[in-house]
Design a protein around this ligand. Structure first.
Ligand code: TEU
Length: 496
């Protein structure tokens, strides 16, 4: 079944693009009405597709009625969140640092206490020590599952349970995280929620931060009855040093080896190269000189690995990072926070911008480019985030009827992926992972598919054999030579 994953569309003050929910059972007017949502679910179903909703239950918005009520120390909602007294002289309840940089406590005048927020100050963490919280969440799950959605992408789901709120030895990032990363309490919550998911035969994919393959397996091994799959981050961290803001050059060897390790260690999982939190994949892993060719190679990688592939909006037409020139154009709360932190460390303005430019989540959040028209066919109004000037060149309309376009290549691969049992079930074996050439084999029921990726701007000759099934350049036979960023799939008998 094909799934359409919607980033949060619930009522929200949009401090963090909807990941700060003020009503889990209402649609944000920017996106339409509940009737529109019902129609979307129904129309998707007619087309054999399911809707995957974003489940954001580590935190709510401060505008959520639970939080507003909890500000009163006498309220029955008080315990829905982590309220703590500070120490003398403005000392915070603990020394933890948050995902968006800085400490993770906010003082509330009305309460006279601080509340915990691992993300932005407008995103207070829910307290699962209060059993009523999980009961509320269960009601929300049923509300959406009763509407017929297919499942949930579960936001930062492996940090729900906090073992304690004790201070920790200081770390470069996320001081305190040993108290909440993939704790047993989270596993227990997931097992409880799984009972509901199973009742509806619903699918789940957890967004799981800082997980090894073993931790991922502990979250999605079928017999543990927790999640079905997870989004790991390891392959996305190959081009970073300690924190994502300090990038180092992307190296295909390390990247492919990391992907291969996940392929080997887990019988099934997700495959993704882009999402709303990551910069675009072509400038990151491909070539600016060969954007379409390298985009086709990345698509080939995505659809020939084992697992469930995810395509992020615009990836299929090769949308690139934003073309903003200053912070004034950036809306992402994380980028704005981090920029402020860099400033407080006296990092010069040009370097600050370079850092934001390379990593900001807004890179992949610019509006979808439907056409070359003003507003990119996305809007005639003013969108919340600037439209990339390259929409005149890169858009759906211009690629739709072009058999050689990146979009057409995605369609070819999706069709192949659906009909090929070898791509679906085949064993994975890594053959080569250098910084310029990667190759691997998928084997199933006597058939072998060899995928060869020429990850550089130069031509290369290889000695893999087999009949040419597909070439990203559209060739009909394979001589052993690959053009710049060419991807080929060869078919052969097993042990050939
Ligand atoms: O992201 C969680 C997360 O840890 C990161 O991927 C995040 O984007 C951040 O860059 C860490 O440095 C999820 C959502 O995908 C993200 O959009 C939300 O902002 C976040 O949770 C909070 O709900």
């Amino acid at each position: 079944m094909d799934l359409l994953w919607l980033s949060p569309v619930y009522a929200s003050p949009n401090e963090d693009n909807g990941y700060d929910i003020s009503d889990y059972c209402a649609i944000h007017p920017d996106f339409g009405t509940m009737d529109d949502m019902d129609r979307l679910i129904a129309e998707a179903k007619k087309r054999g597709m399911g809707i995957l909703m974003d489940l954001v239950i580590n935190h709510t918005s401060t505008a959520h009625p639970w939080f507003q009520a909890s500000r009163n120390p006498e309220s029955p909602y008080r315990n829905y969140y982590f309220w703590r007294k500070g120490g003398k002289n403005g000392k915070l309840p603990n020394n933890w640092t948050g995902f968006f940089g800085g400490n993770c406590w906010e003082y509330d005048e009305r309460s006279g206490e601080y509340y915990l927020h691992l993300f932005a100050p407008h995103q207070p963490d829910l307290n699962y020590y209060e059993p009523k919280v999980l009961e509320e969440i269960k009601k929300i799950l049923r509300f959406w599952l009763d509407k017929g959605i297919a499942g949930f992408r579960c936001d930062v789901i492996n940090i729900l349970w906090k073992d304690s709120l004790d201070s920790s030895p200081k770390k470069l990032i996320l001081t305190g995280s040993e108290h909440y990363l993939s704790r047993e309490g989270t596993h227990q919550i997931l097992r409880e929620l799984r009972e509901i998911f199973d009742e509806y035969n619903a699918y789940t994919v957890g967004e799981t931060v800082f997980v090894s393959t073993q931790m991922a397996w502990d979250l999605c091994a079928p017999e543990r009855r927790e999640l079905h799959t997870v989004f790991g981050f390891e392959h996305m961290e190959c081009d970073q040093t300690i924190v994502k803001w300090f990038k180092k050059p992307h190296k295909w060897g390390k990247f492919m080896e990391t992907l291969a390790r996940w392929q080997k260690d887990l019988p099934w999982n997700t495959i993704y190269l882009e999402n709303h939190d990551q910069p675009r994949s072509i400038p990151r892993f491909g070539s600016e000189k060969y954007p379409v060719e390298s985009g086709k190679l990345l698509a080939t990688l995505l659809f020939t690995l084992k697992g469930t592939p995810y395509v992020y909006q615009g990836q299929e037409i090769g949308m690139l990072d934003f073309d903003f020139t200053s912070m004034a154009q950036v809306r992402d709360v994380e980028s704005i926070n981090v920029h402020g932190l860099l400033k407080s460390f006296h990092i010069p303005a040009a370097l600050r911008w370079k850092i934001i430019r390379a990593t900001s989540r807004d890179n992949a959040r610019t509006p979808m480019q439907w056409s070359a028209r003003p507003g990119a066919g996305f809007t005639t109004g003013t969108p919340w985030l600037g439209i990339n000037g390259n929409h005149k060149r890169i858009n759906v309309e211009s690629q739709k009827n072009d058999p050689h376009s990146l979009r057409s290549w995605y369609k070819t691969l999706i069709a192949l992926r659906k009909e090929s049992e070898t791509l679906l079930w085949g064993e994975f074996e890594l053959l080569a992972a250098t910084d310029t050439l990667c190759a691997y084999r998928r084997t199933y029921d006597g058939e072998t598919l060899t995928v060869i990726l020429n990850c550089c701007d130069a031509m290369q000759t290889v000695d893999y054999t087999g009949d040419l099934l597909l070439s990203s350049y559209g060739g009909k036979s394979f001589s052993g030579t690959l053009l710049p960023w060419e991807a080929v799939i060869l078919r052969g008998e097993e042990n050939e």
